[in-house]
Write a protein that binds this ligand. Structure first.
Ligand SMILES: Nc1ncnc2c1ncn2[C@@H]1O[C@H](COP(=O)(O)OP(=O)(O)O)[C@@H](O)[C@H]1O
Ligand SMILES: O=C(O)c1ccc[n+]([C@@H]2O[C@H](COP(=O)([O-])O)[C@@H](O)[C@H]2O)c1
Ligand SMILES: [Mg+2]
Length: 230
């Protein structure tokens, strides 16, 4: 079974930290980081506010990111081997892909691919403080957080909620350990439910997947390519 897990949410919410812990704990688990798909600096638009518009969807090569997800979907174990992830014989029929990024649920062609969408939040003051301690490849110019980063976070989050995209909110103020155990347990429960749901018995043949984990997007349109996540 294939499981695509999104670790999304606000910048500095703890997405990459949580992702790295999950990667070590989950079997046959690969990762794609959205940050790896930023376009080159000279292709980033400059807004009327004078800031380079890093925190908009157009600054990311989402087609390339989707292509990488499709490569995993077409052959997860080949993808895993190519990325140095060794296949665990005790879980050879389980393939997990984690997507880590701040705009995971705003790119329409990918919204329905997730089995589970987590969304980390932290309050404004905490976010601003954590951001001030970070070293990005392109350092934040003065005023970027209040002038661009936080307003774009609010805008995309509002749109995601208005579109009815189902996410599981995570309180990024919890400790790293608590978040890790909460999400690990939740994913393990999902895997268990799915393997039980798909195990055919003579009296009760396997049912089609219910709304619990797959899809979950309110709009009733067919997904572009749904992983066989039953
Ligand atoms: N649960 C947490 N509590 C406090 N600080 C955290 C937590 N998770 C991550 N951090 C810290 O916050 C900063 C941003 O973490 P990171 O995982 O890179 O966030 P993101 O990928 O969401 O931008 C780092 O300094 C990291 O050590
Ligand atoms: O990674 C880069 O090349 C890069 C260059 C410029 C800016 N960023 C910032 O990276 C942020 C998203 O990453 P993260 O881990 O903070 O969620 C986003 O808020 C951008 O402003 C990232
Ligand atoms: Mg990150």
């Amino acid at each position: 079974m294939k499981l695509i897990v999104g670790i999304g949410g606000v910048t500095n919410g703890g997405k990459t930290t949580l992702t790295n812990s999950l990667l070590k704990a989950l079997p046959n688990c690969c990762v794609i980081h959205q940050d790896d798909f930023f376009k080159p600096q000279d292709q980033i638009a400059v807004g009327e506010d004078g800031f380079k518009q890093w925190d908009v969807l157009e600054s990311l090569d989402m087609e390339a990111m989707l292509g990488t997800v499709r490569a995993w979907l077409s052959s997860p174990q080949k993808f895993a081997r190519a990325h140095g992830v060794s296949i665990r014989p005790d879980a050879a029929d389980t393939d997990i892909l984690i997507l880590d990024g701040f705009l995971l649920y705003s790119y329409r062609p990918m919204v329905d691919l997730y089995s589970r969408r987590y969304f980390l939040t932290v309050p404004y003051e905490e976010c601003k403080w954590r951001r001030s301690t970070r070293n990005y490849t392109v350092p934040d110019p003065p005023g970027l957080f209040d002038g661009h980063v936080w307003p774009m976070y609010q805008k995309y989050r509002r749109e995601m909620e208005a579109d009815g995209v189902e996410v599981v909110y995570l309180d990024g103020m919890k400790s790293r350990e608590e978040l890790f155990h909460q999400v690990l347990q939740d994913i393990q429960n999902s895997l268990l439910n799915r393997s039980q749901a798909s195990a055919p018995t003579p009296a009760h043949p396997a049912r089609p997947q219910g709304p619990g984990l797959g899809g979950g997007h309110r709009a009733a349109r067919p997904p572009a390519s749904q992983p066989d996540t039953v």
